[in-house]
Design a binder for this molecule. Structure first.
Ligand SMILES: Cc1cc2nc3c(=O)[nH]c(=O)nc-3n(C[C@H](O)[C@H](O)[C@H](O)COP(=O)(O)OP(=O)(O)OC[C@H]3O[C@@H](n4cnc5c(N)ncnc54)[C@H](O)[C@@H]3O)c2cc1C
Length: 430
C-alpha cells in the first residue's frame, strides 16, 4: 500500500478564505458504483450532483482536493454563452447547430443559481456583470453582442456610452462603452465547489480526495484504477480538463493547457466601492482580456494574461499589476496580498470538446477560458445522456475538432504568435 502527500490548493485568496472542509479519504480497496467521475471541478461535480439527484450511485475521484483545478481558482465571473459567440458558430456550423446551442446558452447560470439556493451554498453570489470596450472599434463588438443575445431571448442588456453613467458602474477612464447584464454575476469560486461537493454527498455521492485515477480499463463495466483501489462502474465521466496529464493521451492531444493569472489586493474598504460602485464583475472584450471584481471583503480580484502551454510564472504580480493600474491608477500603491495562476484548456475552435471514448466512457473539456456556465450546463447534459436522452448532449458531441497546427512541439509558439497579432491590434484600438 502506498501513500502520497496531499496536494494542497494553490496559495490563492480563495484557499485562504475557503469555508471549512476536511480532507476526504483516498480510496482503499474495491468499490462498485453506477457512475465514476474523474475530477472534482465544476464539470465533475455538476454531473455528479445531477446524477445523484436522479438516484444514481456516484463516486468521484479527485487527484488533489475538491476545486483544486481551474474551478477553485478562477475569476468567479458568470459569463453566458460560449467562448465563441453564436454568430461565429452559425457561420462555421450552420443555423441549426447555432440555434440548438443558443437555446442552451443561458442555462448554466440558472443551474448555478438554483444550486446555490437549493443547497444554501455560502459563496457570496452577487448579480451583475459588465462587458467593457477599450476602444471605439470594440464598441461595435458590444453592440453586436447585445443584438445577438436579445435575438436569443435575453432582454435587459444595457449599453452605456455616456461617460458619467459608465463611471457609476465601473469608475475607469479606460472604457469607451460598457454592456451591463444584470443576469451575469460573481461569486467565490472555491466555495461554490465546496458547496456543490457537500450537496453531492448529501445526495448520497462519495468523493475521494488525494486519489488520482491512474488508468481506465475499458469494458461493459469499466474499471478505474487508483494507487490503492479500483472502482468498477457502469459509466465513467472524465472531467480532468487542463490537468489531465497522461491519463488519456487522446484527450490530452486534442487541446492546449494555458495559464492565466489572478491577484487579490489588500482589502480596499471605501476605495473599492468608488472603483466599482455597482459591485458588478467586469471583463473587457479584448482578445487577451482583463477580468476583475471586488471580493466580499472589498479586495480587487484582478486577472488577465495568458501563458500558452501553461508554465507556472514566478512573478504573478509583475504580470498583472501594470494592467490593473492602467485600469485603476488609484491602485498604484495598493498592496497585493495574493497572486496565483490556474490552467484552462484552449481548443482550436474555442468550443468545448464533448464526447465518448467508448460506449460508457464520456468526457467534457476545453471551455477555452469561459467555462463557469458551460461546465454547469454540461453536467446536466451528461446526466441526460446517461439516462438515455442524448439529444442535447449530441449537439456538442457533433462539433468537429482539430488539433492545433504545429503538433505538441510547435503549437505553443504558433498560437502565441497568432495571439500577439490580435493583442497588438487591441492595444492600437484597430
Ligand atoms: C485563473 C482562471 C480564471 C478563470 N476565470 C473564469 C471566469 O471568471 N469565468 C468563466 O466562465 N471561466 C473562467 N475560467 C475557466 C473556468 O474556471 C474553467 O472552464 C472551469 O473551472 C473548468 O472546470 P472543470 O471542472 O472542467 O476543470 P477543473 O476545474 O480544472 O477540474 C479538473 C479536476 O480534475 C482533477 N484531475 C485531473 N486529473 C485527474 C486524475 N487523473 N484523477 C483524479 N483527478 C484528476 C484535477 O485535480 C482538477 O481538480 C477561468 C480559469 C482560470 C484558470
Amino acid at each position: 500500500m502506498t501513500s502520497t502527500a496531499t496536494i494542497a490548493h494553490a496559495p490563492s485568496y480563495y484557499a485562504a478564505s475557503a469555508n471549512a472542509s476536511s480532507l476526504r479519504n483516498a480510496l482503499e480497496g474495491s468499490v462498485e458504483t453506477d457512475i465514476c467521475i474523474i475530477g472534482a471541478g465544476y464539470t465533475g461535480l455538476s454531473a455528479g450532483l445531477h446524477l445523484a439527484e436522479a438516484g444514481f450511485k456516484v463516486v468521484v475521484l479527485e487527484q488533489a482536493r475538491v476545486g483544486w483545478g481551474a474551478s477553485g481558482r478562477n475569476g468567479g465571473q458568470i459569463v453566458h454563452s460560449f467562448s465563441r459567440d453564436i454568430d461565429v458558430i452559425e457561420a462555421s456550423h450552420g443555423s441549426n447547430v447555432a440555434a440548438a446551442m443558443a437555446r442552451m446558452m443561458f442555462e448554466g447560470a440558472a443551474i448555478i443559481r438554483e444550486r446555490v439556493a437549493r443547497y444554501n451554498i455560502q459563496c457570496d453570489l452577487k448579480d451583475g456583470g459588465v462587458y467593457a470596450a477599450t476602444s471605439r472599434r470594440k464598441v461595435s463588438g458590444l453592440e453586436e453582442q447585445k443584438k445577438l443575445w436579445e435575438k436569443w431571448g435575453h432582454p435587459g442588456l444595457q449599453l452605456i456610452t455616456d461617460k458619467s453613467a459608465l463611471h457609476k458602474v465601473v469608475n475607469s477612464d479606460r472604457y469607451e462603452a460598457i454592456l451591463v447584464d444584470k443576469t451575469g454575476g460573481h461569486f467565490h469560486p472555491l466555495n461554490l465547489c465546496l458547496g456543490e461537493a457537500a450537496a453531492l454527498e448529501q445526495c448520497g455521492g462519495t468523493i475521494y480526495e488525494n486519489c488520482a485515477a491512474l488508468r481506465i480499463e475499458r469494458g461493459a463495466k469499466a474499471i478505474v484504477h487508483t494507487a490503492n483501489g479500483r472502482v468498477t462502474t457502469k459509466f465513467v465521466i472524465v472531467a480532468c480538463n487542463a490537468y489531465i496529464g497522461d491519463l488519456e493521451p487522446k484527450l490530452a492531444a486534442m487541446s492546449m493547457p494555458c495559464g492565466t493569472q489572478v491577484v487579490a489586493t489588500e482589502p480596499l474598504g471605501v476605495l473599492g466601492d468608488t472603483l466599482i460602485p455597482s459591485d458588478f464583475c467586469v471583463e473587457d472584450n479584448n482578445f487577451l482580456l482583463d477580468y476583475f471584481r471586488l471580493s466580499q471583503d472589498k479586495r480587487m480580484i484582478y486577472g488577465g494574461g495568458v501563458i500558452y502551454g501553461a508554465r507556472d510564472p514566478q512573478h504573478v504580480e509583475s504580470i498583472i499589476r501594470p494592467s490593473m493600474v492602467k485600469t485603476f491608477p488609484q491602485l498604484s500603491g495598493a498592496k497585493i496580498d495574493f497572486g496565483w495562476t490556474g490552467n484552462f484548456l484552449l481548443t482550436l475552435s474555442r468550443l468545448p470538446e464533448v464526447g465518448r471514448l467508448s460506449d460508457n466512457i464520456f468526457y467534457s473539456q476545453g471551455c477555452s477560458g469561459h467555462g463557469i456556465t458551460f461546465t454547469h450546463l454540461i453536467g446536466r447534459l451528461l446526466a441526460e445522456v446517461i439516462q438515455g436522452q442524448a439529444e442535447r448532449f449530441s449537439v456538442f458531441e457533433a462539433l468537429p475538432h482539430y488539433p492545433f497546427p504545429g503538433g505538441r512541439l510547435f503549437r505553443v509558439p504558433f498560437t502565441a504568435l497568432g495571439a500577439l497579432w490580435y493583442d497588438i491590434r487591441d492595444r492600437l484600438g484597430v
